[in-house]
Design a protein around this ligand. Structure first.
Ligand code: SF4
Length: 383
């Protein structure tokens, strides 16, 4: 994942020069190019996005836009990998800055996951049999190798929008199945709890301990095993912040993302995926006040949009809850990458295109299975 240093000239371009370059490149590339922008991207990037959305929506768009030769993904590495897995043959996926990773995705490495699987299968107290097998479910915020692991072992991918649908699908087919959920413990716990699973029937797998740090008797009564991983942005929100917001304004509505910890989600009035947060606030009553527990760029955009409707929106935290890796995608990197793309289309045999995201073929089929199963379940639910 090498990121070449940004050439000097791009560091000194004015805002309008960067804007000009990006606009010209987009005009030249026309329908050959689409730019996808995740909701957590800064406004200076979102203005260039052909499509904006959360992980689920952008995955679906990547799968649908088969006419575009080049997909520039303004998001983080795992999202661009998903786009590459779902894209049509011949489509090229690019990430403006290769250092835009995700600390949560990095918390589940394939060797650790394989070790966990071997332990769960061999440990009789774990009670994993053909009747109650463990089914791996990975949050889309995971590396391609983890998605491929899920595809290989009859597992499924999920997003925060459809996590409950995926759990329901698995438990409706086999109520005895034990779900291994990776890599965000909070999304798994919050979703399972909402479905009526008691906390004592959930275990937390610590990948640094040989036995996951789960006592065998507890493992034996687990309905879901949660991977010990978290989002560094959403982990920052606390119940005390909610109490303070209510002291300041007893009428305030609190909405948080399910990547927040259990105590925060229980204390909030509402919780839901990025799409749910946006829809809920867009449909709020004029005059209402909202504090939001999610990434700062999205909250700032909602604050500006909702001011016209007299809906007050602010962050749950006073500190800027910014996803620093998302923030690495800036207009200068986008301008540089599009210029490289213009050079490439003139001489594709001679010019090497930087920042291309290519999931190895050995992983692609299995990862695709996990993602397509998720998209099929979601589509069936919508019908
Ligand atoms: S907000 Fe959290 S989960 Fe999303 S990309 Fe940033 S670190 Fe990863």
């Amino acid at each position: 994942m090498y990121q070449p240093p940004l050439p000097e000239k791009y560091r000194h371009l004015s805002e309008s020069e960067v804007f000009e370059r990006i606009t010209q490149a987009r005009d030249t590339l026309g329908r050959r190019l689409i730019i996808l922008g995740h909701h957590y991207q800064r406004d200076a990037i979102i203005q260039f996005a052909d499509f904006t959305g959360d992980s689920l929506k952008l995955s679906q768009i990547a799968a649908e836009q088969s006419q575009a030769e080049f997909i520039v993904f303004c998001g983080v590495h795992f999202m661009a990998e998903s786009a590459d897995i779902l894209s049509a043959p011949g489509q090229i996926v690019l990430l403006p800055d290769m250092t835009a990773g995700c600390s949560m995705a990095d918390m589940a490495e394939i060797d650790q996951v394989e070790k966990c699987r071997r332990y769960l299968q061999q440990n009789p107290a774990g009670n994993m049999t053909d009747i109650n097998p463990f089914i791996p479910v990975c949050y889309v915020n995971s590396a391609a190798a983890i998605k491929a692991f899920c595809g290989r072992h009859n597992g499924i991918c999920c997003t925060s929008s459809n996590c409950r649908d995926i759990f329901e699908y698995i438990w409706n087919r086999n109520p005895e199945a034990v779900i291994l959920f990776m890599p965000d413990e909070h999304l798994g716990r919050n979703t399972a709890y909402d479905m009526g699973i008691k906390l004592q029937h959930m275990s937390l797998w610590d990948p640094d301990a040989p036995d996951g740090n789960i006592p065998p008797d507890q493992l034996g009564q687990s309905r879901i095993i949660l991977w010990k991983g978290f989002c560094s942005v959403h982990q920052e929100f606390t119940p005390e912040q909610i109490h303070r917001a209510r002291e300041e304004n007893p009428e305030v509505n609190v909405i948080v993302h399910p990547e927040c910890c259990f105590e925060v989600v229980r204390e909030a009035d509402y919780s839901g995926s990025t799409a749910t947060i946006i829809n809920t606030i867009h449909n709020a009553e004029p005059g209402s006040s909202w504090v939001v527990g999610t990434e700062m760029n999205l909250v700032k955009r909602l604050t500006a949009e909702m001011a016209q409707k007299n809906i007050r929106v602010r962050s749950l935290s006073d500190c800027p809850c910014l996803c620093e890796t998302m923030y690495r995608i800036d207009p200068a990197h986008l301008a540089w990458l599009l210029d490289e793309l213009l050079l490439y289309i003139k001489a594709p045999d001679r010019v090497k295109l930087p920042n291309r995201i290519t999931v190895p073929e050995t992983l692609k089929q299995d990862a695709l299975k996990a993602l397509e199963t998720m998209l099929d379940i979601t589509a069936a639910k919508v019908k």
